[in-house]
Design a protein around this ligand. Structure first.
Ligand SMILES: NC(=O)c1ccc[n+]([C@@H]2O[C@H](COP(=O)([O-])OP(=O)(O)OC[C@H]3O[C@@H](n4cnc5c(N)ncnc54)[C@H](O)[C@@H]3O)[C@@H](O)[C@H]2O)c1
Length: 273
C-alpha cells in the first residue's frame, strides 16, 4: 500500500477553501495529513467538510488580523494536537492596475490593502504558527508568484507585494533556523477565481474573467498553458515533507511554465504534439 508522504502531519492552509489553497488541502489529505483550512467564507468550508470529512477542519478568518491567525492555530492544535506545516497562501491580485492610469488615492489605498493581505497576512500567520512549528520542527510554505521575481505578472502593487514575500521567506528562514524551514512555491498563471482589492473596485473581479489570458500565456510561456491549481500541489508536499526536503530552506520552487526563460511576445521551440 502507498504510504503517503505526509502521514501523521498536521497542516494549516490559509485561503484553503478555493483555488491553489484548495488543491493543496486535497493533496495533503491524499498524502495522509490532517488539515485545518482558514477560509473567508463559510461556503468554502462546507465543500471541504463534504469532500474530506474528519480529515479537515475549517475556521473562518482574515489573515490581516493577528487575532484571527492566533485563533486558527489554536483551533488546529485543539482539533489535531500539533502543527507541522503552515501554508500561507491567502492572497489578492491587482489586475495589472497601472501606475499612470490610477488616481494616487486609489493607488495608495490599493497598496495598503494588497500589502496587508499578501505580506502582513503571511507575516502574521507565521507569527501565530511559529511556537507550534518550533515544537514539531515543522515548516512554513508561502504561495508566492512569478511576480515575486519578474515584472509583468500584475501591476506595481501586486509585483511589489510578491517581491516582499520573497524577502519575508528569506528573513524568516534565517531567523527560524534550525528548527523551522521556510520556503515558497511560485506559481504562474493559474485557472482560479483570484480576486482583487476592494480599494480598486476589484473585490468581485475574478482572474477567470480576464480576457485573452490563455492566449497570452500560450504565446509567451515556454510550456505554453495556463496551469490548473493541482499542478502546483505536489511541490508543497515535497517542501512540507521532512524526509524529502530536509536540506531545503529559504528556497522558492518555481511552478510557472518557464517564465525565467521566456522570450517576450513569443514561445520558443516547436510543439511536437
Ligand atoms: N491564480 C494565479 O494565476 C496565481 C499566480 C501566482 C500566484 N498566485 C497566488 O496564489 C495564491 C492563491 O490564489 P488563487 O489563485 O488560488 O486564488 P483564490 O482566490 O482561489 O485563493 C485566494 C484565497 O485567499 C483568500 N483570501 C483573500 N483575502 C483573504 C484574507 N484577507 N484573509 C483570509 N483569506 C483571504 C480567498 O478567500 C481565497 O480563498 C495567492 O497568494 C495568489 O497571489 C496565484
Amino acid at each position: 500500500m502507498h504510504r503517503g508522504w505526509l502521514e501523521g502531519y498536521v497542516a494549516l492552509v490559509t485561503g484553503g477553501g478555493t483555488g491553489i489553497g484548495r488543491a493543496v488541502v486535497d493533496r495533503f489529505v491524499a498524502e495522509g495529513a490532517k488539515v485545518c483550512a482558514m477560509v473567508r467564507s463559510a461556503a468554502d468550508g462546507t465543500d471541504l467538510i463534504r469532500d474530506h470529512g474528519d480529515a479537515v477542519s475549517v475556521i473562518e478568518g482574515d489573515v490581516r488580523s493577528a487575532g484571527d491567525n492566533a485563533a486558527a492555530v489554536a483551533a488546529t492544535l485543539d482539533r489535531f494536537g500539533r502543527l507541522d506545516t503552515l501554508v500561507a497562501n491567502a492572497g489578492i491580485w491587482d489586475f495589472f492596475l497601472s501606475l499612470e492610469a490610477t488616481h494616487a488615492d486609489v493607488l495608495a489605498a490599493t497598496f495598503d490593502e494588497i500589502m496587508a493581505v499578501n505580506v502582513k497576512g503571511s507575516l502574521l500567520s507565521a507569527k501565530a504558527a511559529v511556537p507550534a512549528l518550533r515544537e514539531s520542527h515543522g515548516s512554513i510554505i508561502m504561495t508566492v508568484s512569478n511576480a515575486g521575481f519578474h515584472a509583468g505578472g500584475g501591476g506595481p502593487v501586486y509585483v511589489a507585494s510578491k517581491h516582499a514575500q520573497v524577502g519575508l521567506i528569506r528573513q524568516l528562514a534565517y531567523e527560524l533556523t534550525p528548527d523551522v524551514r521556510v520556503n515558497g512555491v511560485a506559481p504562474g498563471a493559474t485557472a482560479t477565481g483570484l480576486r482583487g482589492a476592494a480599494a480598486a473596485g476589484q473585490a468581485e473581479r475574478s482572474l477567470e474573467d480576464v480576457e485573452g489570458l490563455e492566449d497570452a500565456v500560450s504565446r509567451t510561456l515556454p510550456l505554453g498553458f495556463v496551469a490548473q491549481p493541482q499542478d502546483h500541489a505536489g511541490l508543497y508536499v515535497v517542501l512540507a515533507s521532512r524526509e524529502n526536503a530536509r536540506c531545503t530552506t529559504g528556497d522558492i520552487f518555481r511552478s510557472d511554465g518557464g517564465w525565467e526563460v521566456r522570450a517576450p511576445g513569443r514561445r520558443p521551440g516547436r510543439r511536437t504534439a
